[in-house]
Design a protein around this ligand. Structure first.
Ligand code: GLA
Length: 387
């Protein structure tokens, strides 16, 4: 891939002299969905698929962008002097947002760059192609200009860019999973404190299989921000009767004790999901540590049910993929992953069942939905690297 992107860079920008190649992963979340903006736990991992980038400093303040995933757009030009937080509708908002965020945090960029990207994560699939581009951009800026920032800072800067420049109120999970990724491990992250631990994913004779619904969505056009504010309102209501900073501080029992203070049924369901999902995530990680993959899978299934019935972020595409997966013998667990409303599911499937899984779920999905899903058997990879 390195040769391919360098060659393309030379083709697009004249030559590749002085250009460097980089990679940042995508991520999949195993469990802990819609908990990261509720002060709860998440359990994501970085993937070996992600975004490849080639970058070169310029002598002026110009920015030239090219994506091999959006070749029709050609070279998109901009300038460091024109980094405004007004979202237009193209992908350069992600790298531009990160450059803007560095400057907002007092790290001035001395010169512009030419940047070429090539991602092998399906776009808009819920595997964080945008967070991958954000972390990659921050990683390049640190490498180019020697800014004193850790990988964790790169995650926070990426999230800041996403929140303030792209106006999506996302939590920290995606950027953190990407910036801090470690091969073979998922990251058990407490989003209230940013304390984290790596937990090896030992699946014995099984693999992680991602099914992409091919129903496109962007967080901006989804009901993501709406869910977030429903949870905020529910929290405010609960705070009238219990001293908490976030929904993540409640266990199921305490939640049930005070839930009636939440005025609307819908908001009560949203808060219930946030509380139960957080507790499920803690339990799932304990199960995995005890080598109880079966229980981990059952908790993944319960997570999907809660996202479907209480949080209502699944939809017919994701429900079909998951419910068909549950029917296949050798599926240990299956759930939607990421924000929902389209995107992907994640399943743990026994090695000998993978072919049947792909054939059976794929067929049922196409029959019901009218177009095909894509399947990826994935590996857990490291965070960003210079190639
Ligand atoms: C998106 C957001 C994350 C997280 C998930 C849902 O991926 O970017 O911060 O909220 O949705 O768990």
């Amino acid at each position: 891939m390195k040769e391919l992107v360098l060659k393309k860079f030379a083709e697009v920008f004249g030559d590749a002299e002085g250009a460097k190649a980089y990679f940042a992963p995508g991520r999949v979340n195993m469990i802990g969905e819609h908990t990261d903006y509720n002060g709860g736990h998440v359990f994501p991992c970085a993937l070996t698929i992600g975004t490849y980038g080639v970058a070169r400093k310029r002598a002026d303040k110009k920015l030239r962008f090219y994506s091999m995933n959006f070749e029709k757009l050609g070279v998109i030009e901009s300038s460091l002097e024109d980094l405004k937080p007004y979202p237009e509708a193209d992908w350069t908002n992600y790298p531009k947002g990160v450059m803007w965020a560095f400057e907002q945090k007092g790290m001035e960029l001395p010169c512009g760059m030419d940047l070429l990207l090539n991602g092998n994560i399906p776009n808009g699939s819920g595997l964080s192609s945008s967070a991958s581009v954000e972390v990659l951009t921050g990683f390049i800026l640190r490498d180019f200009f020697g800014f004193d920032v850790t990988n964790q800072d790169l995650a926070l800067i990426g999230q800041f860019a996403e929140n303030k420049f792209n106006k999506v109120n996302c939590g920290i999970m995606d950027q953190f999973a990407i910036a801090m990724g470690k091969a073979g491990n998922a990251i058990f992250l407490d989003t209230a404190t940013l304390e984290y631990e790596y937990a090896p994913i030992k699946l014995e004779n099984a693999k992680i299989v991602i099914a992409c619904s091919n129903k496109k969505r962007g967080l901006g056009d989804s009901k993501y921000n709406e869910r977030r504010s429903e949870c905020e309102t529910a929290l405010a209501e609960l705070r009238q009767v219990v001293r908490i900073e976030s929904l993540g501080e409640l266990d199921e029992e305490t939640f049930e004790k005070f839930a009636s203070i939440i005025k609307s049924d819908v908001r009560r369901k949203r808060a219930k999901h946030a509380v139960y999902e957080n507790q499920r995530t803690v339990r799932a990680v304990a199960a995995l540590r005890a080598n109880d993959v079966k229980l981990f899978g059952e908790l993944m299934n319960a997570s999907h049910v809660s996202l479907r019935d209480d949080y209502e972020v699944t939809g017919i595409e994701l429900d079909t993929l998951v419910e068909e997966a549950w029917k296949v013998e050798g599926v240990i667990g299956s759930r939607m992953t990421g924000a929902g409303f389209g995107g992907c599911t994640v399943s743990i499937v026994k090695d000998e069942a993978i072919d049947t899984f792909i054939a059976q779920v794929g067929k049922a999905y196409e029959e019901k939905i009218g177009y095909a899903a894509d399947f990826y058997v994935v590996e857990i990879g490291d965070g960003p690297v210079i190639l």
